[in-house]
Design a protein around this ligand. Structure first.
Ligand SMILES: *Cc1c(COP(=O)(O)O)cnc(C)c1O
Length: 372
């Protein structure tokens, strides 16, 4: 009896740690002499904050940003005591003990957070230092201009906060020509000038590409580390793809002309077809908008050296690929590959941000970390 090739039905997310480290070094070189901190919020954009955090630490990263204290606690356990971990959402009453226990630095986004933090620190011997985050025009989280004046005038409060970073966040950093960039830059310089002399930080990934005026002492990219491209000139972004979704082929069948494929019969076979049913669906983060219908065939996965199209609706666990014209034999267990260098193209097809696609990929897939 011939050997049966071993494979599992479970889709795999491959995360290439060598490319991750290369992207870290590439962005670090671009930002130098500014330092680089890594944004690893949302479980490192879905890729796994523990392994990704350790890999970045290994590449030399000593400053990290997460969104929530709970994320910070997990990261602290993974990377040890030496690195700085800032929590972007700032201190919230329920999480204060986690900040102290895991030595997390709150990013202070309001006067309320500032006063709450100072009060909470009173009985504590070695409270973590903090960052101040000024809103310079994104009008999302951050200290608004009217509160900035109060901060500037309340010296005892500033002193008690023990600030070691002043930051702001750009709304349009991917659009080099957007007027809000220069506006935010000017506002940031102005407000930072009223604060104690501490390192400044403005740039996310897009801000790194905006040039040295935007780098200050620290840049804090996220998506670029994970191979995501953010600007209107993506060819100039020399980051390497980090993430691929591998969907194993579970079944191959022929479909007669006139038959329909998948839920709601959105695709009709014009001629006899050969299709492969692969094991990955929207529960694995494959966007439903990558579905192929009679009106629209939008995407292609990579199968071996070829590109194949999605036909019919992407369902929860399975996706149908058209292999009618596939040149070669498709083995059960063979992997159809989504994303990788196609992340931006496939995200655009799905009318989604690459950020959004990436953060959805890690939910169910088995993650395999690759070093090569
Ligand atoms: C998410 C985030 C970053 C990183 O942004 P990218 O666009 O992924 O580089 C940096 N700073 C703040 C405040 C953020 O919320």
């Amino acid at each position: 009896m011939a050997d049966v090739k071993s494979y599992s039905s479970r889709p795999v997310l491959t995360v290439n740690l060598t490319s991750l480290a290369a992207n870290y070094k590439y962005l670090a070189a671009m930002a130098a002499p500014a330092k680089i901190g890594a944004s690893v919020k949302a479980d490192a954009y879905g890729l796994g904050a523990v392994v990704v955090g350790r890999a970045l630490y290994g590449a030399g990263c000593r400053i990290f940003f997460v969104a929530h204290a709970g994320e910070g606690k997990i990261l602290r356990q993974a990377i040890g005591a030496k690195a700085s971990i800032y929590v972007l959402s700032g201190n919230t009453p329920q999480d204060t003990a986690i900040f102290f226990g895991s030595k997390l630095k709150p990013v202070i986004n309001s006067l309320t957070q500032a006063r709450d933090w100072v009060k909470a620190c009173k009985p504590v011997k070695h409270a973590p230092r903090t960052a101040l985050h000024f809103d310079t025009g994104i009008n999302r989280l951050g200290i608004p201009p009217e509160e900035a004046e109060i901060f500037a005038s309340e010296k005892p409060l500033l002193e008690a906060l023990d600030i070691d970073l002043v930051m702001s966040h750009l709304a349009c950093s991917g659009e080099a020509g957007h007027p809000l960039n220069t506006k935010q830059l000017a506002r940031f310089k102005k407000v930072a000038g009223q604060m104690p002399m501490v390192p400044l930080s403005l740039a996310n990934t897009g801000g790194v590409y905006l040039g040295s005026k935007y780098h200050f002492k620290l840049v804090r990219p996220g998506i670029g580390l994970y191979g995501g491209k953010v600007t209107d000139n993506p060819d100039a972004e020399k980051v390497k793809p980090v993430v691929e979704l591998h969907a194993p082929v579970l079944q191959i069948k022929t479909v007669k002309a006139g038959e329909t494929l998948g839920y709601n019969a959105t695709f009709t076979a014009e001629n006899d077809m050969k299709v492969a049913i692969v094991s990955a669906g929207y529960a694995d983060g494959l966007p439903v908008n990558l579905s192929g219908s009679d009106k629209r065939i939008v995407t292609s996965a990579r199968l071996g050296k070829s590109r194949v199209s999605v036909v019919g609706r992407v369902s929860m666990d399975y996706t149908i690929l058209d292999i009618t014209d596939y040149d070669g034999f498709v083995e059960l267990g063979a992997k159809a590959v989504f994303f990788g260098e196609d992340l931006e193209k496939q995200s655009a097809h799905a009318s989604m941000l690459n950020y959004e696609v990436m953060t959805h990929l890690g939910a169910r897939c088995r993650k395999i970390y690759v070093n090569e």
